[in-house]
Design a binder for this molecule. Sequence first.
Ligand SMILES: [Fe+2]
Length: 189
Amino acid sequence: MTSSALEAFIAQATARSRQTPDPADCVLALAPLMLDLIEQAGTFLEPQHYRSSDAGYTRNLIFNAPDESLSLYSIVWLPGQWTPVHDHGSWGVVGVVEGVLEERSYVRLSPDRGANEEIDLVRGGTVLLRHGAVTSFVPNPDHIHVTGVPAERSRAVSLHLYGRTMTSFNLYDVGARTRRRMDVAHNES
Ligand SMILES: [Fe+2]
């Protein structure tokens, strides 16, 4: 970690997330920090944080707290790369560094009773996030979405701060009405 801006962000994000255990309050406290961090991205993003792959969007770890209570990734989205339908089981704050990141939401119609079957989802709205934009989400009920870049747009790069080490998330099969936990890969910093 070589940037004072990144060090300050990590210190403030750690302190604020500890002070605000409620996830909705936590993202309120952290979103302004992300807004500022985007503008400092040039001071700490290095070539390894821009790694990408033709196989799919690429998650590059920037910081992982020793107690795994906080993690920060850069994600690189090449044209046409999308996540599956998922939620994170965590709060998250996302900031866009380059390009336009698109988020398409899903709305859960069936009550969330913790079961992984008989889940009814319908498609919701979309948001288009340019450089400088910040969005966030909280769990319980989880925020279900797909995120990515349509084939006709150029590369996007975004920063993702989560309330845990994000090594797995919940994947939904909308047609089968099911979800399952799945490990997700990342590149080490
Ligand atoms: Fe997500």
